[in-house]
Design a protein around this ligand. Structure first.
Ligand code: SOE
Length: 391
């Protein structure tokens, strides 16, 4: 059977997932057969063009016409359109793959997780935390699970970008609280929190995150609108008339955040995410220190894992490109490195296989919600100026 896939969104994430789907039959011959059936968006001309480039058979300008008719629905739109279409799809029994953060608000994330659990385990609802699918990260997880690092004391996660350090960088939906929910916190922090949960939260190494302390900052309060990445929502005045674009729009989310975490088993965590880290383009770094060793990973060197065992005088850099490393046998001989886009191929392979087999998939909406709870608590902690416990 060929799975007909409907995809909402055709910009950055639309391209990343369409590329992944196109690679699947070439490199993962046991992946289920899929058809890039329908691409969904609002602007018909832009959609036509994107559907042609990204290999979709047809277009639709209303997701309501699509979610029940396809075999799988991908929600790759801005955060404020994650909840309604995803819930409608799940209510129709259609599996959903939704980009991160799961939703702009905790309420939306809770509603989405409820819809997913009501749809049942044979209707997978995945949250696209693609960094779980880096071979070096999965290798790190096997070391942690084997107890190689011992008792976990410190976890550190930094996600540094600099695309907003220029005050004239254009405004986009990512700068708007209603559309994005939060800024660096949700966009970058969601990845970091999920990776730490994946690496040390499961298997009871560090346990759940129990308390957080957060600090959020907005450095530039308004930005020019022109050339923004996605068209802003059309705005209306109180009488419902369209309002012309201003020259600038306010930035209503954080540009950067920091947080401290306390884990159930006593481990301490520090997090940082910024769009103002000059010179850092997409630098997602994870460090973990245990009683028997430490490890270090950065997405800008995603084929490598640095490992230090107690007694060593420095880190050993392991190139995670051997045939028996996760996913590598599908690609090139050892040493022929993989890139960022491969993480999307791996997650699409796992998700679509789960759909075809009617099996559960992780990371799922419950994982998306768990990350959202941490982000929400970090935001509340910043507002209150005190540590906040997670319920
Ligand atoms: C933008 O900050 C962004 O594209 C994120 O939205 C992605 O999730 C991350 O992988 C790269 O940076």
């Amino acid at each position: 059977m060929t799975l007909e896939v409907g995809v909402l969104g055709y910009r950055f994430m639309g391209k990343a997932h369409a590329n992944a789907m196109a690679r699947l039959p070439m490199f993962f011959p046991d992946a289920p057969a899929i058809e890039r059936s329908v691409l969904v968006g609002r602007d018909e001309d832009a959609l036509e063009d994107a559907a042609e480039r990204l290999g979709f058979d047809s277009i639709a300008t209303d997701w309501r016409d699509v979610v029940a008719d396809v075999d799988v629905f991908y929600n790759l739109g801005p955060n404020h359109v994650h909840a309604e279409p995803s819930i409608a799809a799940l209510e129709a029994g259609t599996p959903v793959f939704c980009e991160k953060p799961l939703a702009p608000t905790l309420d939306d994330a809770e509603a989405m997780a409820t819809a997913a659990s009501e749809a049942g385990d044979d209707v997978p609802a995945g949250c696209a935390f693609n960094y779980r699918f880096v071979p070096a990260i999965q290798y790190a997880k096997t070391l942690l699970e084997a107890g190689d690092l011992g008792e976990i004391h410190h976890v550190r996660g930094q996600y540094l970008q600099d695309w907003l350090v220029d005050p004239d960088a254009p405004w986009s939906w990512r700068n708007d609280e209603e559309m994005a929910g939060s800024g660096a916190l949700g966009d970058l922090g969601a990845h970091t929190v999920d990776l730490l949960r994946f690496l040390v939260g499961e298997d009871d190494l560090a346990g759940e995150i129990e308390r957080v302390s957060g600090h959020l900052e907005t450095f530039v309060e308004e930005r020019p609108v022109e050339g923004s990445e996605a068209p802003a929502e059309p705005r209306e005045n109180e009488d419902g008339d369209a309002v012309e674009d201003d020259e600038t729009r306010p930035v209503t989310v954080d540009d950067a955040y920091t947080a401290q975490l306390a884990f159930a088993n006593g481990a301490m965590g520090t997090l940082e995410g910024s769009r103002f880290a000059t010179g850092h383009k997409n630098d997602h770094t994870i460090e973990i220190h245990g009683s028997r060793g430490s490890l270090r990973f950065s997405i800008e060197r995603l084929n490598e894992l640095e490992v230090l065992r107690a007694g060593d005088r420095g880190y050993e850099t392991i190139l995670v490109t051997d045939e028996d490393d996760p996913y590598v046998d599908h690609w090139w001989p050892p040493g022929h490195v993989l890139g960022w886009e491969h993480t999307f191929v791996h997650e699409n392979y796992e998700f679509l296989s789960a759909v075809a087999d009617g099996e559960s998939f992780a990371p799922n909406f419950a994982d998306g919600l768990a990350a959202q709870r941490v982000l929400d608590a970090i935001e509340r902690s910043d507002e209150r100026g005190e540590w906040v416990a997670l319920e």
